[in-house]
Design a protein around this ligand. Structure first.
Ligand code: FDA
Length: 583
């Protein structure tokens, strides 16, 4: 008997990046094993804001309903409050995560799914359960130790933490989704920019029913400006909803250059009571932990047959809610490429485009999250509390915003600006959705990416220029309504055209057969399986009715034809071959 276990892909980690990788690989029928160090998934709520691109991925693999069933719905996530305590005075509110009347339209127009809140403790079990039921071999209490790779695969040394036994897993590819302290990333010596542990945060989870303070201003986030709230951490004191309105997480900062604070039950209860402004509240403390804020990203994500994804390659504070979302999206970019290469449909060079496409995203989100966290200073400056040395001075400075004096008026005007700036953290639709890829797996058509007409961090603008994400529109017939993304499922390439481009149907069939790559054409128009019911798609497609868009499994546009060419088969064949690195 051999003690070597074999598989196609070994995934290290069962967090959002690892569990999503396993789920996507299993959904594509790729044999995989997922190992994770602990006996179960995340034991603290951690990431929670789940953005539209992540929800679309869950929709694509048929688990969106399961996620929604465990999530706090969109209409309860967005009345973000800034206050002196939950029971104390408000400094202001902003509508966040696309819940304002003005921004909700942008979000609705961009995607079939809206932002919801699902803590990691709820999301991970859904991902793991579905991955495992679709074929993933899940191994808990199993630790990655080291690996060696050769031309055909990777030998991974793992430790069964229950028995103390070490064994080898032989995989064709290895995904290191082992979090911010990734050993896999260190072992392949990925190049990083930035620094770890630049500020200290503590998490305190607790139970207390405070519905009376939330029902009329439902939100995930209540920011508290109190003495000490500008120390370390993520910008200010935070009371975060886990379950409405009786389970909560407090994030409070500490000075990372001092000894780490001891947060026992008494200390935790005092912090909770202070931030809530309820000195006698009965609180049940359910957990405490300390964590570091990072500003670090990898500039290359792969070495040979080993890839890293998630926090292993982008490490940043929770600001903008990008951590878990980007981790799931990394997996979505990588899994179909691995499947195509493993099946001989693509050249191994396709795998290098994972790094080319996702490393710029890592840099962008790490910088944005850290900038958002730093921009809290503007709020402190507007309130005039940065120079306050005593608690009394701080309280007096905050009080001054009420005064009928020139100073009071100046403070109110400064607050308008400081609050406006927080849109870059809480309504950064362009950062959330505006990912554009330039790589060997995208065939340019000579047109440039359109110049943004509005701020590209705040606003997402749809386009079909190759490299863009497929624009969203609702289409269908008298019986069903589909999102455009539903026409282009994850297990194939999809060619989208109109009635004047019907000849693409034969072209797609022939090229699919010739290259042995799953691809189907979808013709949109009256009397065809799907109709452009609202006449929205015609305005979004940017090509003539006879033109075509070649959509990759991950919904990015790989290539487009503006109109039907003389020889559509040959043009499509050339384009798809190039995307797959087949020359
Ligand atoms: P993640 O860290 O989730 O998972 C790593 C996985 O690898 C785990 O399953 C672990 O068991 C496994 N692993 C590690 N080493 C291993 C080894 N040697 N062998 C086997 N398995 C191994 N983000 C946010 O948006 N909002 C928030 O409020 C917070 N809060 C927060 C609090 C705390 C305390 C932390 C640590 C992090 C956050 N984050 C956050 C960040 C967010 O949780 C993070 O972006 C995602 O979890 C990243 O997902 P990954 O799957 O990449 O790593």
């Amino acid at each position: 008997t051999s003690s070597v276990v074999e598989t196609d892909v070994l995934v290290v980690g069962s967090g959002p990046a690892g569990a999503a990788s396993a789920l996507l690989l299993s959904s594509l029928g790729v044999p995989n094993i997922m190992i994770t160090k602990y006996r179960w998934t995340a034991n603290t709520p951690r990431a929670h804001i789940t953005n539209q691109r992540a929800m679309e991925i869950f929709r694509d693999v048929g688990i969106e309903d399961q996620v929604l069933a465990d999530a706090t719905p969109h209409h309860l996530v967005g009345d973000t409050v800034f206050c002196t305590s939950i029971a104390g005075e408000e400094i202001g509110r902003i509508h966040t995560w696309g819940t304002s009347a003005a921004r909700e339209a942008d979000y609705q127009l961009a995607s079939p799914s809206l932002i919801v809140d699902i803590p990691q403790t709820y999301l991970e079990p859904i991902l793991v359960r579905n991955a495992t039921s679709r074929g993933t071999q899940s191994r808990f209490s199993t630790e990655y130790l080291s690996h060696t790779q050769d031309e055909d695969g990777v030998d991974v040394q793992v430790l069964d933490r229950m028995t103390g036994t070490e064994y080898t897993i032989r995989a064709k590819y290895l995904i290191g989704a082992d979090g911010a302290r990734s050993k896999v990333a260190a072992d392949i010596d990925l190049p990083f920019e930035g620094a770890m542990d630049i500020a200290g945060s503590m998490n305190i989870t607790f139970k207390a029913d405070i519905s009376a303070y939330c029902d009329h201003r439902p939100s995930v986030l209540y920011w508290v400006i109190q003495p000490g709230s500008n120390v370390g951490g993520i910008g200010a004191g935070l009371v975060r909803m886990i379950r409405p309105w009786n389970e909560w997480l407090i994030v409070w900062g500490y000075d990372i250059n001092e000894e780490p604070p001891v947060v026992d039950d008494a200390a935790a209860t005092e912090i909770v009571r202070n931030l809530l402004g309820m000195p006698d509240l009965e609180v049940e403390i359910t957990g405490t932990s300390l964590w570091g804020n990072n500003e670090m990203y990898a500039t290359h994500l792969q070495s040979g047959r080993v890839f890293c994804a998630g926090d292993a390659v982008h490490r940043h504070p929770p600001s903008n809610g990008l951590g878990s979302n980007t981790s799931v999206q990394d997996a979505y970019n990588l899994a179909w490429k691995l499947a195509a290469v493993l099946r001989g449909q693509a050249n191994a060079s396709l795998l290098e485009t994972y790094s080319t496409e996702r490393a710029p995203v890592a840099e962008r989100i790490v910088k944005r999250a850290n900038r958002s966290s730093r921009e809290f200073v503007d709020l402190f400056v507007a309130l005039g509390v940065t120079d306050a040395e005593t608690e009394e001075e701080m309280v007096a400075a905050i009080e001054e915003r009420k005064a009928n004096t020139p100073e009071g008026a100046a403070k109110r005007a400064a607050l308008v600006k400081a609050m406006e700036l927080k849109n870059y953290e809480f309504n950064a639709h362009g950062v959330e959705l505006g990912q554009f890829y330039t790589s060997a797996a995208i065939v340019p058509d000579g047109t440039a990416r359109p110049e943004p007409t509005r701020d590209p961090d705040l606003y997402y603008e749809a386009s079909t220029v190759p490299g863009s994400h497929l624009p969203h529109a609702w289409v269908g017939d008298n019986k069903a309504k589909h999102a455009m993304m539903d026409l282009a499922p994850y297990d194939r390439f999809t060619l989208i055209s109109g009635i004047a481009g019907e000849a693409w149907e034969d072209a797609a069939r022939q090229v699919s057969d010739e290259l042995g790559v799953p691809m189907e054409a979808v013709i949109i128009g009256p009397g065809r399986p799907v109709t452009d019911l609202y006449y929205d798609w015609s305005k979004l497609r940017e090509v003539e009715e006879s033109g075509a868009l070649l959509v990759r499994p991950d919904k990015h546009i790989a290539w487009r034809a503006h109109s039907l060419p003389a020889d559509p088969r040959s043009e499509l064949r050339t384009a798809l071959s190039q995307v797959l690195g087949r020359g």
